[in-house]
Design a protein around this ligand. Structure first.
Ligand code: NAD
Length: 515
C-alpha cells in the first residue's frame, strides 16, 4: 500500500502535511468501518516509480515462475475467503452469500490467468509469403506498468479481471479502488504483497477521482479503467495527453429478448435474477426486456410472481443495500420519470424506497423516451416491453448507445444472438459469459473497448512484436539497393502472376473460394 510519508517533526521542521483521510462507510448501517489515506499525485507517482522497478524483475520471470507466484497469491486469497467475503458484504452492502460468490469468481479468473498465460502468449510463426528465406514470428511482451482503476459494484471481481491478466502477462500493477470500497482493495493488495516474492508488483493507491486522475498522468504503460461512461471519457481525455493506451470497461443497458418459442418460466426466472442480482448494480444487469406479444402476459405474470419471492435486506436476503445514496437517487429519478411518462409499476416503485434499500420494481407500458430505457439505471428495476416480431426486438435492442452484454431466450436464440450489437450474449441464460473465464469480456459503443478475461484479456496487457529473421541468402534481395539488371521487369511479371490474371493468381483465387 502506498504510505504517505510524514517528515520528522521538531522545533525547526515545518509542520507535517496533513494526510487527508477517506472513511469507508457500510451502506446497510451507515457505520464507519475503516479509513484509508487519500493518496496525492506525489504518492501515485512514487507508487508508479516503485512499480517500474518491480516490473523489470517480474517481467523477467519465466511463465512457470510467475504462475507459481500467482498461485501462491490465489491460495492466500482462498484462505482468507471468509474475511474477504465479509468485508465485501459490509463495504458494498451486498448479502454475505454474494460476497462469497464474488470471491469465487475473482479467484476463478486469477487461477485462469495464472495457468493460461504461457499458452496465450506463446510465440506464433506466421507465413513469410514470398520471402521464403525468412522466418516470421509474432511475440508478446509485457508492457511494464499497468494502472487499474476500479468501481465499487464488484470491488474484487471486477478489478481482478484486469489485475490478474496484467500480472500474468508480466506487468506490475498500481490499483486505485473505488472510494466507496477502498478496504477491499487494500486487503487484496496486502495479501498479494505477502504472497509475491518481488516487492511492489501489485500496489494500491486509495482516494477518489483526483487520485484516479493522477494515475492517468503518472506515466503508466496502459490504463485499464472500469467505471461509468462519463468518467471513462474523462480518463481517456487525460490519457490522450501522453498517448497512454486505455482499456475501457464502461456502463451498459443490456437487453434481453424473449422469443415466442421460449420457455417462458425459465426466461422469467432468469430475467429476475439477471435484473436484480447485486440489486441491479451490475454493468451486465438485464435493463430492458423485449418479449414476443403472444407470450407477453404469461411472462409478465411469472416475473411478478418471482419478484414477490425476492427478499430485500438481512443476511439471508437476496438483495442487500444499494451501495450509495447517489445510486438510490438515480434509481428514484428513473422510476419517477417513467411513471410521469405513463409507465406502470406492478411491484415496488419509487415509494417503496427506504434509505439505501429498494424493493424491486417491474415496469410495464414503458416507452423509448423514458430515462429507464435510455440511461443506465443500475438498480433493481425490470422494464418489460411487448414486441410484435423478433426483427422488432433485435432492432430495438440495438437502438442503444451502449453494447455490453445481452441475453436471448428461444428455440432459435443462437441465431438471434449473432444479430445483437453487443460484446457478449448469453443464450437461454443470463450473465453466463462473465462466469466462463476463457471468454473475452468487454463492450462496444459507449460500453467501451478492449477485452479482459480469456486469452484476449492476457494479450490486452502486452505489446505485440513482429520479427522477420533472414535465415539464408537469395540472389534477389528485396531489402538491398544491389538490384540485378531486369529486376523491374521481373517484379512487373510477378505482379501480373500473383495479383493480376496470371496462372498463380487464378489458382490462388480458386483455392480461396474452395476454402
Ligand atoms: P465511476 O465512473 O464513478 O468511478 C469509477 C472509478 O473511477 C472510481 O475508482 C473513481 O474514483 C474513479 N474516478 C473518478 N473520477 C476520475 C477521474 N477523473 N480520473 C480517473 N479516475 C476517476 O464508476 P462507479 O460508480 O464506481 O461504477 C459504476 C459504473 O461502472 C457503472 O456505470 C457500471 O456499469 C460500470 N462498470 C462497468 C463494468 C464493465 O466491465 N464494463 C464493470 C463494473 C462496473
Amino acid at each position: 500500500m502506498a504510505v504517505t510519508t510524514v517528515p520528522p517533526s521538531g522545533p525547526t521542521s515545518t509542520p507535517p502535511p496533513r494526510t487527508e483521510i477517506l472513511k469507508s462507510i457500510a451502506p446497510a448501517t451507515g457505520e464507519v468501518i475503516g479509513e484509508v489515506p487519500v493518496c496525492s499525485a506525489a504518492d501515485v507517482q512514487a507508487a508508479v516509480a516503485r512499480a517500474r522497478v518491480a516490473s523489470v524483475s517480474w517481467g523477467a520471470l519465466s511463465y512457470a515462475e510467475r504462475e507459481e507466484e500467482l498461485v501462491r497469491w490465489r491460495r492466500a486469497l482462498a484462505e482468507a475467503a471468509d474475511e474477504l467475503a465479509d468485508l465485501i458484504s459490509r463495504e458494498n452492502g451486498k448479502p454475505p452469500l454474494d460476497g462469497m460468490v464474488e470471491v469465487f469468481m475473482a479467484l476463478s479468473h486469477l487461477d485462469h490467468a495464472a495457468h493460461r498465460a504461457a499458452k496465450a502468449l506463446r510465440p506464433e510463426k506466421v507465413s513469410t509469403g514470398l520471402l521464403a528465406n525468412f522466418r516470421a514470428t509474432v511475440t508478446y511482451h509485457p508492457l511494464g506498468v499497468v494502472g487499474v482503476i476500479g468501481p465499487w459494484n464488484y470491488p474484487i471481481f471486477t478489478p481482478m479481471g484486469s489485475i490478474a491478466y496484467a500480472l500474468a502477462a508480466g506487468n506490475a500493477v498500481v490499483f486505485k479502488p473505488s472510494e466507496l470500497t477502498p478496504l477491499v482493495g487494500v486487503k487484496l493488495v496486502e495479501l498479494a504483497q505477502r504472497s509475491l516474492s518481488i516487492p511492489n508488483v501489485l500496489q494500491v493507491v486509495t482516494g477518489a477521482g483526483p487520485t484516479g486522475a493522477a494515475l492517468c498522468k503518472a506515466g503508466v504503460d496502459k490504463l485499464a479503467f472500469t467505471g461509468s461512461t462519463a468518467t471513462g471519457k474523462r480518463v481517456m481525455a487525460a490519457c490522450s495527453e501522453t498517448l497512454t493506451p486505455v482499456l475501457m470497461e464502461l456502463g451498459g443497458k443490456d437487453p434481453m429478448i424473449v422469443a415466442e418459442d421460449a420457455d417462458v418460466d425459465a426466461a422469467a426466472e432468469a430475467a429476475v435474477f439477471g435484473a436484480l442480482t447485486n440489486t441491479g448494480q451490475a454493468c451486465i444487469s438485464i435493463e430492458r426486456i423485449y418479449v414476443a406479444e403472444s407470450i407477453y402476459d404469461r411472462f409478465v405474470d411469472k416475473v411478478v410472481a418471482e419478484v414477490g419471492k425476492v427478499k430485500v435486506g438481512g443476511d439471508d436476503g437476496h438483495l442487500g443495500a444499494m451501495t450509495s445514496p447517489q445510486q438510490v437517487g438515480i434509481v428514484k429519478d428513473h422510476l419517477e420519470d417513467a411513471v410521469r411518462r405513463g409507465a406502470r409499476a406492478l411491484t415496488g416503485g419509487a415509494e417503496a424506497i427506504s434509505g439505501n434499500f429498494i424493493q424491486p420494481t417491474v415496469l410495464v407500458d414503458v416507452t423509448d423516451d423514458m430515462k429507464v430505457m435510455k440511461d443506465e439505471t443500475f438498480g433493481p428495476v425490470i422494464p418489460i416491453i411487448k414486441v410484435r416480431s423478433t426483427d422488432e426486438a433485435v432492432r430495438r435492442a440495438n437502438e442503444s448507445s451502449f453494447g455490453l452484454g445481452s441475453a436471448v431466450f428461444g428455440k432459435h436464440a443462437r441465431a438471434i444472438a449473432d444479430r445483437i450489437r453487443a460484446g457478449m450474449t448469453s443464450v437461454n441464460s443470463v450473465m453466463a459469459f462473465s462466469a466462463i473465464t476463457a471468454l473475452p469480456f468487454g463492450g462496444v459503443g459507449e460500453s467501451g473497448f478492449g477485452r479482459i478475461h480469456g486469452d484476449h484479456g492476457i494479450r490486452e496487457f502486452t505489446r505485440t512484436k513482429a520479427t522477420a529473421e533472414q535465415i539464408f541468402n537469395l540472389p534477389m534481395n528485396m531489402m538491398s539497393f544491389k538490384t540485378p539488371k531486369g529486376t523491374n521487369e521481373r517484379i512487373r511479371g510477378m505482379i501480373k502472376q500473383l495479383f493480376g490474371t496470371g496462372a498463380v493468381a487464378r489458382a490462388k483465387d480458386l483455392l480461396g473460394k474452395l476454402r
